[in-house]
Design a binder for this molecule. Structure first.
Ligand code: NAD
Length: 256
């Protein structure tokens, strides 16, 4: 199995991409630490992993709360002895043009999407440095590479995560820690379902999403989960500081 004997922490693993990745990692032999703010959703992920014969534990923590996050990292070390893989996946959306966004909303999206990556990494990295091993996967987005309407704060957070990924990689390479970023396009998860259902014309919204990509389908959580699996495993040992696109051709393809 591709992640045999590995301990993997996935933040925001109660839903969408994080949940699917937790299921895939467990199937490949990892013991998965399922983190989420939402206790019920996190426990449901663990139940599904155990039903498939895998190993997982749920630890509730808010990735924006330093006390929660320090405790999260320490609990994993106390109970499981190491953290091989950290997938900084938890994130929230933010819709609107810059002038429409109130400071409170701006700060909230920044807090979860950027500070969350900083904080969880801050408390996990020292253990990885000590064990001289680790793979960190940061959730960016293909939006970090392109301009997309109505996503000012969200794009700013994902650009920050990509820049942070490269900087972290330089600092921690000497500890045998790899740091890479995932750059998904539109992946049909509750996160996108919510955005589509609240739009004025949901069918037109889905059609316009499809129009900007080469694939005729929207992405699925498993499309990103398998990219995360590759980055988590030692198969990707020569990938360092890389933005890894899984976007149905949004960034690198042009239809006409
Ligand atoms: P989702 O809403 O389905 O799942 C996100 C999970 O994160 C939820 O279970 C939520 O409870 C949890 N979470 C939110 N805030 C948290 C916090 N403060 N602490 C701990 N957990 C918290 O979303 P998704 O679509 O699976 O997105 C996951 C990640 O992928 C996000 O970072 C998102 O920005 C990124 N992403 C998504 C898409 C997409 O199209 N779905 C595309 C590119 C990037």
């Amino acid at each position: 199995m591709r992640l045999e004997d590995k301990i993997a922490l996935i933040t925001g693993a109660g839903s969408g991409i994080g949940k699917e990745t937790a299921l895939v990692f467990a199937k490949e032999g990892a013991t998965v630490v399922v983190n989420d703010l939402n206790e019920e959703a996190g426990n449901q992920t663990v139940t599904e992993i155990e039903a498939n014969g895998g190993n997982a534990v749920f630890i509730q923590a808010d990735v924006t709360d330093p006390t929660d996050v320090e405790k999260l990292a320490k609990t994993i070390i106390d109970k499981l002895g190491k953290i091989d893989v950290l997938f900084n996946n938890a994130g929230i959306s933010g819709v609107g043009q810059l002038h429409e966004i109130e400071p409170e909303q701006w700060n909230k999206v920044m807090n979860v999407n950027v500070n969350g990556v900083y904080l969880v990494s801050k408390y996990v990295v020292p253990y990885m440095m000590k064990q001289k091993y680790g793979s960190i996967i940061n959730m960016s987005s293909c939006i970090a590479e392109i301009g997309l309407a109505d996503r000012a704060v969200y794009a700013a957070t994902k650009g920050a995560v990509l820049a942070l990924t490269k900087s972290m990689q330089v600092d921690y390479a000497k500890y045998n820690i790899r740091v890479n970023a995932l750059m998904p396009g539109t992946i049909y998860t509750p996160f996108v379902e919510d955005y589509v259902s609240k739009s004025a014309n949901p069918d037109a919204t889905v059609a316009s999403i499809k129009q900007r990509q080469l694939s005729s389908e929207l992405g699925k959580p498993e499309d990103v989960a398998y990219a995360a699996l590759y980055l988590a495993s030692d198969e990707s040992k020569f990938m360092m500081g890389t933005p890894f696109m899984i976007d149905g051709g949004v960034v690198n393809g042009k239809l006409t």
